[in-house]
Design a protein around this ligand. Sequence first.
Ligand SMILES: [Zn+2]
Length: 372
Amino acid sequence: MHSIFYYSHELATYDFGPDHPFKPERAQKTFELCRRYGVLDLQHMTLKDPPALEHEKLLLAHSEDYLEALRRVGQGEIFKEMLSFGIGPEDNPPLRGIYDWSRRCAGATWDGMIELLDKDTDIIFNPLGGFHHAFRSQAAGFCYINDIVIAIREALNHGLKITYMDIDAHHGDAVQDAFYREDGVQFISIHESGQYLYPYSGSVEESGDGKGEGFTVNIPLPPKTDDEVYLEVFHRIVLPLVKGFRPDVLVAQLGADTLVSDPLTDLMLTNNSYTEIVRELKGLCGKILATGGGGYDIYRTARCWTLAWAILNDVEPRDEFAGLVGGMMFGPEVEVSSLYDRPYTVKGPDKDKIRQEVDRTIRYLIRRHHLR
Ligand SMILES: [Zn+2]
């Protein structure tokens, strides 16, 4: 077994600005927490610096026009046409350095896939990746370069069969779009329903087209969905689908914005279900390429990603500094004793409504994919 953790302090301290919810700093918090819990000095692992992706590889997911616009923006140019590429004052600001930053974040995911082609490497984690909203010629949802599409394209060119599993609270729209008409990629996204949340897509009816028919699977969930309901959906739909497809590599976008504390979404998960899912995914495929993704409560996101890394490596995180007076405090002090959240369950009429809605979705998908 060999695993690789990609990290760069320089990339993790890149700043989208004080008012922007996207904080690359989460990767730094994850790195520090992993270190503190003794899961960055494992014998079988390598720590690797993200390489910058070459232009030719960027073309696996993006158009020349778009890349040229992004390159100019990265050099500090501001021009009217950038708006037509989704770059503007709101979600995707014209940041100096954004081209090189994105190229290296994506470089880690791509390099991870290349490493997995080697038979001795099984586990990859890039907490600076997972930009599932970046389209071919359009920046969107804080995403500029779609590292996931690039890495999957590379894998397809090597003849591999890929399952893409997206547990971010938002629908993985641009990844879906890239492979919608193909049968080499099984796309599964479990997310807060597009009726309520950006990017307003990902309904159960979106299930692929042409020879890709049936290879796209969307599982939208109502606001306030909790661990119990989430795990039921995962067990009844995702497990049998992935087992049936038998991928060579499982690409997992591990966005942590499904947590009850996340300021941008309305799902109510704790990291107990989050980690249970990571454990199950690990059991589904021998080779896993995991990326970060959303996660706007940065401390809890770092805890999720630390736990995910430990689980993917079959180790238990242990606090090397526990009991030290004046030891480092991490996040809310009361929670320092454990990386795991307290259980949380939604009850009452809300829960009944959620159950009914989710049961309908489960029945639909079971029929649609002949799961029984
Ligand atoms: Zn998200």
